[in-house]
Ligand binder design. Structure first.
Ligand code: CDP
Ligand code: MG
Length: 135
């Protein structure tokens, strides 16, 4: 089933010069980029994106990280794209993520973990509408 998923290449990845490396992995897998933007976000946008997490004790430092510099937002399309991109990203905690995944190969942090991807069809629809309202 062809799906679309919302991906963020987070500020740590932009600072570290890993945008090309990360985009290359998605393209090499066969996923199609259907929208892409380099932008900075404010706290309001961070809160909207992370609505499910705003009450977490670890949310204030996450918000600070999310607004700490530019990021790249994109929509990827392909067969089973939502699950496939979560697999390519790897587990949330870069220290525990499997080698071969983006986080497993390139992140040593539970917060600065380089990438975000929608986790369900519902979140994909919500996040694509939030980040790319014209799609
Ligand atoms: O991004 P993912 O769906 O894998 O993880 P999440 O549980 O939905 O958490 C969202 C984001 O919050 C993570 O990707 C981390 O950047 C951050 N986080 C954090 O800062 N501290 C935690 N204890 C857990 C997550
Ligand atoms: Mg999540």
């Amino acid at each position: 089933m062809t799906q679309r998923t919302l991906v963020l290449i987070k500020p740590d990845a932009v600072r570290r010069g890993l945008v090309g490396e990360i985009l290359g992995r998605f393209e090499a897998k066969g996923l199609t980029i259907v929208a892409l933007e380099h932008r900075a976000i404010d706290a309001e946008m961070a809160d909207a994106h992370y609505a499910e997490h705003v009450e977490q004790p670890w949310y204030p430092p996450l918000r600070e990280f999310a607004v700490s510099g530019p990021l790249v937002s994109l929509v990827l399309e392909g067969d089973e794209a939502i699950a496939v991109v979560r697999l390519l990203n790897g587990k949330t905690d870069g220290r525990a993520a499997d080698p071969g995944t983006i986080r497993g190969d390139l992140s040593l942090s539970n917060r600065e973990n380089l990438v975000h991807a929608s986790d369900s069809e519902e979140s994909s629809a919500r996040e694509i509408a939030l980040w790319f309202p014209s799609l």
